[in-house]
Every structure is written in C-alpha cells, then in structure tokens.
Unconditional design. Structure first.
Length: 84
C-alpha cells in the first residue's frame, strides 16, 4: 500500500487522476488490479472514488485512473490517494 499526496479539491468538484509507477524492476508499471481510495485531510469533506481504470500506453507503461469527487457542498480539502 502507498499513500500519494495529491493536492487540493473544492466542494462539488470531480477530478480524474492518472497514476503511473514504472520502476527498474517493473518497467511496465503493471501492478495488477489496483484499487485507489481518496483520503481527506481536512474535517467536514467527504470524498468518493469511482471510475477505476487501467490504460496501457503506446510506450508500454500502464496508467491507473480514478475519479475523485468532493461531495461536500461547503468544505474544501487537501487529500491523498491510498493505493493497494
């Protein structure tokens, strides 16, 4: 599991996040089935993750995708992505 700092999301906002993580020992970045969950860092914000996807790029590297929505109508938050 990894925690990736992502930044800031406002109330009612949805963003789609691509994550690629190739390494010397795994040049394609294929980590198999990966689930990501947004971790809010400010109280009052509720984050929902959906539309998980996996894309094989023309360079042979896999990119994992997730959409994050801040369902709060009043609270913005900084957040991280937790991956399995």
């Amino acid at each position: 599991m990894a925690r990736i700092p992502m930044g800031f999301i406002g109330p009612g906002v949805t963003i789609r996040i691509p994550v690629s993580s190739p390494s010397l020992f795994n040049p394609s970045g294929d980590w198999g089935p990966m689930y990501m969950l947004a971790n809010p860092r400010n109280p009052g914000a509720t984050l929902v993750c959906d539309f998980h996807g996996k894309l094989l790029g023309f360079n042979g590297v896999f990119t994992y995708l997730v959409s994050v929505t801040n369902t709060s109508t009043t609270f913005s938050t900084f957040f991280d992505l937790d991956t399995t």
